[in-house]
Design a protein around this ligand. Structure first.
Ligand SMILES: Nc1nc2c(c(=O)[nH]1)N[C@H]1C(S)=C(S)[C@@H](COP(=O)(O)O)O[C@H]1N2
Ligand SMILES: [Mo]
Length: 392
């Protein structure tokens, strides 16, 4: 069972606690040297947990604007459920004039919308926080950009006559808590639920959703962190109060007022994560690569939650000088952009390369990410080191 991040110690059984401690006893270098593993339907991915799978995409795989399903990262807290198309029902309850039990056919009858959007785990980049934070040590690859297709959530809510003045929609998936592990349930504000880009996706990259990504129905909440993108959705409840279960509180919250690195947050000062910050990563070359002294192309990705990426700058000399990178043509909210910079290293030696993105709201990546006890929303300027060598 993998509970979110720093909460593990509270709910884990004694054996699991031992395993967890054993894991922290590893040196940082060993703990981040992940094995590549293959699960059905996937190319080799970085293994963080195997039951259920938490799998990270190696950053070097991000070479296309659309992330193919077979390299898309996987994050789940509970054993994966298996749903059948024929018995699938979506219950809509709570503040509705007509409670419904919808079939997949009902969902397919609604107008279908296709939207490219980036899905990122709130814990992506946790491995880079100093001091270290417990939880899955995601590096750059708990993220992907896919095309999602399905009806708008607001059209689905309308079928049940949902009270649009209610404050929240509470979403539950078919995965259930076991023993002391709580069920994965999330509430989010009606305003975002009614946004035309919020979908109940039936397809991912023009294929039926793979089991591991939520077959047959998952929520797509563009510009918000992955926690809201509930998989295997079976229940929508229209409510005036948010769900107050473990995955809403205390998990997936950040301090409203930053705390000193390494110190606890005041529980009363925590708030639910909603939108996402501006961020970029270098995807090629990889950290600590050795390259020949020859023209090369630096490549990466950049994204900004509900905003658009307007600029990516790259430094090849540890931040003394910055050059503007070339952005891929997609200038959209919710979806990432790729960037490139052609570069001829002036001489052999070690280079520190940085990337820094700016978005349509004028936000710019910080030098240091805001440390928080659960290690969410890491977005500091990305940094790799490479060695350029003369080769015979
Ligand atoms: N039902 C359910 N939905 C879920 C989760 C989960 O554990 N159960 N994990 C969430 C989290 S934290 C993330 S980051 C995304 C990951 O989506 P993916 O596995 O399709 O990449 O799914 C979200 N939806
Ligand atoms: Mo996540």
């Amino acid at each position: 069972m993998s509970l979110p991040e720093n909460q593990k110690g509270n709910a884990w059984s004694r054996t699991s606690r031992r395993k967890l401690l054993a894991c922290f006893a590893l040196s940082p270098a060993l703990a981040s040297a992940k094995d590549l593993i293959t699960v059905p339907g996937k190319r080799p991915l970085l293994l963080h947990n195997d039951r259920p799978e938490d799998l990270e995409t190696p950053a070097s795989y991000f070479s296309s604007w659309i992330t193919p399903n077979d390299i898309f990262f996987v994050r789940q807290h509970l054993p994966r459920p298996r749903l059948e198309e024929s018995t699938y029902r979506l219950a809509i309850t709570g503040r509705v004039s007509q409670p419904r039990q919808l079939t997949l056919a009902d969902l397919r009858k609604l107008p279908q919308h296709r939207l490219p959007a980036t899905l990122e785990c709130a814990g992506n980049g946790r491995a880079f926080f100093q001091p270290r934070v417990p939880g899955v040590q995601w590096m750059r690859g708990a993220i992907g950009n896919a095309e999602w297709t399905g009806p708008r959530l607001r059209d689905v809510l309308a079928l049940a006559g949902a009270d649009l003045n209610a404050a929240y929609v509470t979403v539950n998936g078919a995965d259930v808590g076991l023993a002391k592990t709580p069920d994965f349930i999330r509430s989010f504000p009606m305003k975002k639920a009614l946004h035309p880009a919020t979908l109940l996706a039936l397809e991912m990259n023009r294929e039926p959703l793979p089991d591991i990504h939520g077959f047959p129905v998952r929520l797509v909440v563009p510009g918000w962190d992955g926690t809201s993108w509930v998989k295997w959705v079976t229940n929508l409840e229209v409510t005036n109060e948010p769900n107050n279960g473990f995955f809403m509180n205390p998990a997936y919250r950040i301090p409203k007022h930053p705390v000193a690195p390494g110190s606890p947050a005041n529980p009363a000062d925590l708030e639910v994560i909603e939108g996402m910050p501006v961020k970029s990563c270098i995807t090629s070359p990889s950290d600590q690569d050795r390259l020949p002294l020859a023209p090369t192309q630096l490549r990466g990705i950049a994204w900004a939650g509900e905003e658009r990426i307007t600029r990516v700058e790259v430094s090849t000399d540890a931040g003394r000088h910055w050059q503007e990178a070339q952005l891929s043509p997609q200038d959209l909210p919710f979806a990432w952009r790729l960037w490139t910079l052609d570069w001829m290293p002036p001489e052999e030696g070690y280079y520190t390369i940085l990337s820094r993105a700016t978005d349509s709201a004028g936000r710019i990546q910080p030098v240091v990410a805001t440390w928080n006890p659960s290690g969410y929303l890491y977005n500091a300027i990305d940094r790799i080191g490479i060695t350029v060598e003369k080769r015979a």
